[in-house]
Design a protein around this ligand. Structure first.
Ligand SMILES: [Zn+2]
Length: 251
């Protein structure tokens, strides 16, 4: 870093010539390196809102992006957030070749400067490696957003691979608190009011009830997800009865 700070502002400070900093013309010939950035956190932490904010900021700089998601809480392929923002997105699944997806855009004559990937926890390891290739070979900036852990408090596959290979990893912790007031960290699965720690890692992109397993008598238990601090996750303590996501029931 070059510091031009001086205790005597009027006195010019000679700047050293740094051969490692290319002139602007050189930077144009050699595009600035792109990055794979991963933002992760528990449910309701505002990841989708952040994804849309990043997209907005990139667009304002005149850059062109593609948004991808899977299993978004809305049925239409889009990235949507609880604060009411939404933007059309490409729905992908485990079989989608993300490099091909971008190359097809290029082949159609579209610019793709950046990629925003929501629900990145559901990516396969191969797909995360495809994102890394897009960054390194295609100079496409990738911003991935996903849940950290599933209801068993284990890393999702896509999350694990992103933690392994991303250039930059940030934990998002802005909105969600455990019922006790401590930062929410882990996603608990609650079946008929009881926290469960084993079972299928169902693809659920929201705190809304998943398709519940059907009991032998044909009834469907109520399944929901709740964000807890680590202490209350370990103890399985769900706190006061809730009437909805993040809402405490009044006595
Ligand atoms: Zn707690």
């Amino acid at each position: 870093m070059i510091s031009v700070e001086s205790s005597h502002p009027t006195a010019p400070v000679p700047l050293p010539v740094l051969a490692s900093v290319p002139a602007s013309g050189d930077r144009r010939r050699h595009p600035a390196p792109a990055h794979l950035r991963f933002f992760h956190g528990p449910m309701d932490c505002g990841k989708s809102t952040l994804a849309l904010q990043v997209d907005h900021n990139q667009q304002r700089q005149g850059r062109h992006g593609v948004l991808v998601t899977q299993g978004d809480r809305s049925s239409a392929p889009q990235i949507s957030s609880r604060v009411g923002l939404s933007r059309a997105a490409v729905e992908v699944d485990a079989g989608t070749d993300l490099k091909l997806l971008v190359r097809d855009r290029w082949a159609e004559g579209h610019r793709v400067d950046y990629l925003i990937v929501d629900e990145a926890q559901f990516l396969t390891a191969d797909q995360v490696d495809q994102l890394a290739d897009l960054v390194d070979e295609g100079h496409v900036d990738v911003y991935a957003f996903g849940l950290t852990t599933d209801f068993r408090a284990r890393l999702f596959p896509g999350t694990q691979r992103l933690l392994e290979v991303a250039d930059d990893v940030q934990r998002v912790q802005v909105e969600v608190l455990c019922w006790c007031g401590l930062p929410g960290l882990l996603n608990a699965r609650v079946v008929d009011g009881v926290m469960v720690r084993s079972g299928e890692t169902v693809v659920v992109a929201d705190t809304a009830p998943a398709d519940p397993p059907v009991a032998e008598d044909g009834s469907s238990p109520a399944v929901r997800y709740q964000v807890l601090c680590r202490r209350h996750y370990v103890r399985g303590e769900l706190g006061p009865v809730t009437t909805g996501p993040g809402q405490l029931a009044l006595p």
